[in-house]
Design a protein around this ligand. Structure first.
Ligand code: GDG
Length: 502
């Protein structure tokens, strides 16, 4: 590519899965569940000459056996995907070990699971540098380079070295923990040095932005340049993740780093489109008639201890023990998708879920009724939304979650029905949905009370709560997020142009 791009997205996964059909390479939607890829693809509808940088597995030595760059022309727009060749060993060390066994537990405030032993930090640094180089090869000198998620934490530092004039943005999809937990990371200064090389650092909610600002000030001597009261739609008072004020800019070594807190939205139009076709209507009726007069509870997510599936199943077990009248009257559909590559960080979590489902079904089930239907395989999205529509209750009870898009998808899929969202106070989306039944998954009593409240709620109250949440899902959808981010990027461009002219 000779022309350099003004807009480069760096996210480790490719936006499509590559497959060979009848001897021809085709690009299909990613099979493994992920809310980030569809949200980012939306940006290509308005950007021209945009590039997406991801990795692709290549042999450890010799030339990669694939084209580095492919042109994608899809409903989302036309753009190049540049694939950085990484060996299986590099991916394992960078992603499966360092990211998932050391960084992930800290981000989600599980210091007890922090596994330092197998970390190869030199490899992590090297892979981040390779991503930075691949992005810079594509980018114009003043391009906007938007890096996603913690596994590329060090990329901004290297990008700044190569392209000092680039505008660098970083978005965290995960929580950002409090200083006491973040500081467990032995590489904390190196990570912060890189994040402070950005022009703008983004988070889902004010709490994470505040945690970041506090770590940057205490460890790196950054100063808060601007703080504002948290207002608008994401400002409930007194919730576990509420913040009264949020830092919007830091000063560090003569530079200003903007901080942004704005949660990703879902795409309710895509959900409406799926649900408005004839097949989906038939499928929803089919699910309802299979369920009969039982109430359907759904839980959807990846296998991951942070998602709290084990604690949710234990609560369901206690519900059946405590309220025998509900036996044969409720049905739980639990989609808990196992990672294709069997990451060791998640192996125990999957075993525990399978064990508990077996134990609960064994304890209460009979020939007519199995209390829990478990799928550890992914369910196609079109099918998933039919379950969301048919469900009476959606259980989203992670111990900790950056945001959680399933909560928004469930609300978006309910229409004229009156489903109840049971939502963990420790999911970022809880600050958007004070009308959900908010629960503390660390407390058995709070979980039990939440389930009882959801199952006992009057139809009027259910409708009332759902309507408010639906309005918010529709207003603050993925397009709203994209236009918010674009505004922030434009402001960045204006301020850097002004600084250069001065
Ligand atoms: C991170 C943060 C943050 C799930 N099972 C299936 C399936 N899914 C889809 C859901 C949803 C997505 O996967 C999962 O959304 P989450 O929000 O829970 O995302 P994470 O993967 O944990 O990702 C998270 C997110 O980034 C965005 O910033 O919200 O907190 O951890 O869209 O529908 N999709 C299909 N079959 C499944 O079985 N098709």
């Amino acid at each position: 590519m000779t022309k350099k791009s003004p807009f480069v997205i760096v996210y480790h996964r490719q936006p499509y899965e590559e497959a060979v059909e009848n001897g021809k390479v085709v690009y299909r939607e990613n099979k493994s569940p992920n809310g980030i890829v569809p949200a980012l693809k939306g940006f290509f509808s308005t950007a021209s000459d945009a590039v997406w940088v991801a990795w692709k597995q290549a042999p450890a030595s010799g030339k990669p056996n694939f084209e580095r760059t492919v042109r994608i022309n899809a409903s989302y727009g036309e753009y190049d995907v540049v694939r950085l060749p990484l060996s299986a060993e590099q991916v394992k060390a960078f992603y499966h070990v360092t990211s998932k066994e050391a960084l992930w537990p800290i981000l989600h405030s599980f210091p007890g699971k922090f596994n330092y032993g197998p970390v190869d930090w030199k490899n992590f640094r090297e892979v981040n540098r390779l991503f930075a180089e691949a992005a810079c090869e594509q980018a114009a000198d003043d391009a906007l380079i938007w890096v996603h998620d913690y596994n590329l934490w060090l990329a901004p530092y290297y990008i700044r070295q190569i392209k000092p004039k680039a505008r660098i943005a970083f978005f965290h999809h995960t929580p950002f923990p409090a200083a006491d937990v973040f500081n467990v990371l032995p590489w904390r200064e190196e990570i912060l040095r890189s994040l402070l090389a950005c022009d703008i650092v983004g988070f889902h909610i004010p709490r994470y932005a505040e945690n970041f600002a506090s770590v940057a000030c205490s460890l790196m001597g950054a100063e808060r340049a601007e703080s504002v009261p948290v207002e608008g739609p994401f400002s409930p008072k007194g919730a576990a993740l509420s913040e009264p004020t949020v830092t919007t800019a830091l000063k560090h070594e003569g530079r200003t780093i903007a901080i942004d807190a704005w949660p990703i939205g879902t795409n309710p139009r895509v959900i409406d489109n799926h649900l408005s076709n004839f097949e989906a209507g038939t499928r929803v009726s089919e699910i309802r008639s299979q369920i009969g007069d039982r109430r359907l509870l759904v839980s959807v997510g990846r296998v991951d201890y942070v998602k709290g599936t084990k604690e949710m199943l234990e609560a369901f077990d206690r519900l059946l023990a405590r309220r025998p009248e509900l036996r044969e009257k409720v049905q739980l559909f639990c989609v808990c998708v196992a990672p294709a590559d069997g990451m060791s960080a998640y192996r125990n979590a999957q075993r525990e879920v399978e064990r508990l489902v077996g134990a609960i079904n064994g304890k209460y089930g009979n020939l007519r009724w199995n209390p829990i239907l478990l799928s550890t395989r992914g369910v196609p999205f079109e099918e998933l939304v039919c379950y969301y529509r048919a469900a009476d209750v959606c259980l989203v009870t992670p111990l900790r979650d950056g945001l959680n898009l399933v909560a928004k998808e469930f609300v978006g899929a309910q229409n004229g029905d009156a489903g109840v969202l049971v939502l963990s106070e420790f999911a970022g989306s809880a600050v958007e949905f004070p009308e959900a039944v908010l629960v503390n998954p660390y407390s058995e009593r709070r979980m039990d009370a939440g389930l009882d409240q959801a199952l006992n709620m009057t139809e009027e109250e259910r409708r009332d709560r759902l309507e408010k949440m639906r309005e918010r899902v529709r207003q603050f959808d993925v397009d709203h997020w994209a236009s918010h981010v674009r505004e922030r990027f434009d402001a960045l461009r204006a301020s850097t142009n002004k600084a250069e002219a001065a």
